[in-house]
Design a protein around this ligand. Structure first.
Ligand code: HEC
Ligand code: HEC
Length: 330
C-alpha cells in the first residue's frame, strides 16, 4: 500500500515538473508565449551574441507587386504594406504611428488587423469597445499576468501617446473590416516541436513532441510570419483531443461553473452591440485575457461584467473554452 502511494506521489511530482499543472496564480506559459513558468530567481542577463550583418536583400511575396528589406518590413513608423488592395485606406496613426511612442498599429496587428498570437486581432471590434479598451490601456488597467511579456507594456505606452481622435480613427478603420477565419483548430496528441520566439512558437524542423495540456498556436508558415510579416499567412492551433467538446459545454451551458457566453457575446459568439466577438479569434489571446481578468490584472471599466464568468474557471476550463471559441466560424 505504502509503495503504491509512493508511486502515485512520484507520478504526480513528475506530471507537475513536466509542466502540466501550475499553481492557480501562475500564468499558463503557453498562452503568454513562454516555454515554462517564470523562474523563482530571474536568470542573469544573457551575453548578447555578436551582431550579424543586417540582411539588406529585397524580399517579395506572391501576389504583391512590392518588395521590401527586413528593416522596411519591421519599420515602427511605416512598416511594409504588402497588399494595399486588401484593406481600406489606412489612417495615418495606423499606417505610420506618431514618433516617438506611438508605433504604427499595422506593424503588430498588420494592416488588415488580423494580428498574431502574441498581440491581438483588432479587426471587427465594436467601435465603443475599441475606444473603451484603449482608455483602459491608457489608465494602466490592462496589464499582463506574466511580467516577462514585454509587448503589453509597449501597447500601454502606445495608447498613452494617442489622442481621442486618433483612437477613434483607428477604431473606425479596424471596425470597418469583418473578422474572417484566420486560425485553423486541430485536435491532436502530437505536434511539431517549436521554440518560443518573441511571444510566438515557431516550428524549427521535422521533430515531433507530445502536445500535453496546452494549446500550441503556431504560424502556418514560420518564415512568412516571422520574417515577412505576411498578413495573408494565418495560424494553426493544436488543441488536446476532446477539448473542443468540453469547451462547448462550458460556453453553451456554463456547466455549473460559469455563465453562458452567448448571452453577451452573441449566440454565435460573433459579438453583440458593444461586446466583442470571440468566434475564430486567437485561443492564446482569449486564455490570456480570461486569466488576466481572473487575476485582476485586466480591470477596465467593463471588466466587472466578466468577473463572475472567470471566477471559478480553472486553467483547463479556459483552455477548453478557447479551443471551442477558436474553432467557431466568425
Ligand atoms: C508592439 C506591438 C503593438 C503595436 C505596434 C500595437 N499594438 Fe495593440 N496590442 C499589442 C498587444 C501585445 C496586445 C495584447 C496585449 C495582451 O495580450 O496582454 C494589443 C492589444 C490591442 C487591443 C485590444 C484588443 C482587444 O480585443 O481587446 C487594441 C484595441 C489595440 N491593441 C489597438 C492598437 C492600436 C490602435 C495600435 C496603433 C496605434 C496598436 N494597437 C499598436 C501590441 C501592439
Ligand atoms: C454578462 C455579460 C458577459 C458574459 C456572460 C460573458 N462575457 Fe466576456 N465580456 C463581456 C464584456 C463586457 C467584455 C469586455 C470586458 C472589458 O472591456 O474588460 C468581455 C470580454 C471578454 C473577453 C476579452 C475579449 C477581448 O477582445 O479582449 C473574453 C476572452 C471573454 N469576454 C470571454 C468570455 C467567455 C468565454 C464567456 C463565457 C464563458 C463570456 N465571456 C461571458 C461580457 C460578458
Amino acid at each position: 500500500m505504502k509503495t503504491k502511494i509512493g508511486i502515485v506521489i512520484i507520478a504526480l511530482a513528475f506530471i507537475v515538473t513536466a509542466g502540466m499543472a501550475y499553481a492557480a496564480d501562475v500564468p499558463p506559459p503557453w498562452a503568454y508565449g513562454f516555454a515554462g513558468p517564470p523562474p523563482a530567481t530571474p536568470a542573469p542577463p544573457a551575453t548578447p551574441a555578436p551582431a550579424a550583418a543586417p540582411d539588406t536583400s529585397m524580399k517579395s511575396l506572391p501576389g504583391s507587386s512590392s518588395q521590401f528589406t527586413r528593416a522596411q518590413i519591421s519599420n515602427r513608423y511605416g512598416p511594409a504594406d504588402w497588399y494595399p488592395g486588401d484593406h481600406p485606406s489606412m489612417p495615418d496613426v495606423v499606417a505610420r504611428g506618431k514618433q516617438p511612442e506611438v508605433w504604427a498599429c499595422s506593424l503588430c496587428h498588420y494592416p488588415n488587423g488580423k494580428g498574431r498570437q502574441e498581440n491581438a486581432g483588432v479587426t471587427g471590434l465594436p467601435n465603443s469597445y475599441f475606444f473603451q479598451t484603449m482608455k483602459d490601456f491608457q489608465a494602466g488597467n490592462r496589464k499582463s499576468s506574466d511580467p516577462r511579456k514585454p509587448n503589453t507594456t509597449i501597447m500601454t505606452n502606445i495608447a498613452k501617446g494617442m489622442t481621442d481622435d486618433e483612437i477613434r480613427a483607428a477604431a473606425q478603420y479596424f471596425g470597418s473590416m469583418k473578422w474572417t477565419p484566420w486560425i485553423k483548430v486541430i485536435e491532436t496528441t502530437t505536434v511539431p516541436k517549436t521554440r518560443p520566439a518573441g511571444g510566438m512558437f515557431l516550428v524549427e524542423n521535422q521533430e515531433k513532441e507530445p502536445l500535453g495540456a496546452r494549446i500550441l498556436e503556431t504560424p502556418e508558415n514560420a518564415e512568412h510570419t516571422e520574417v515577412l510579416r505576411d498578413p495573408r499567412s494565418g495560424f494553426f492551433a493544436y488543441v488536446p483531443v476532446g477539448s473542443v467538446k468540453k469547451g462547448e459545454a462550458l460556453v453553451k451551458t456554463g456547466a455549473g461553473k460559469t455563465v453562458q457566453c452567448g448571452a453577451c457575446h452573441g449566440p454565435d459568439l460573433r459579438g453583440m452591440g458593444p461586446i466583442p466577438g470571440l468566434a475564430g479569434r486567437s485561443p492564446s489571446y482569449v486564455v490570456r485575457q480570461m486569466f488576466d481578468m481572473k487575476q485582476g490584472n485586466r480591470k477596465g471599466e467593463w471588466t466587472e461584467l466578466m468577473k463572475p464568468v472567470v471566477a471559478n474557471l480553472s486553467d483547463e476550463d479556459m483552455l477548453n473554452i478557447a479551443a471551442y471559441t477558436a474553432s467557431q466560424t466568425p
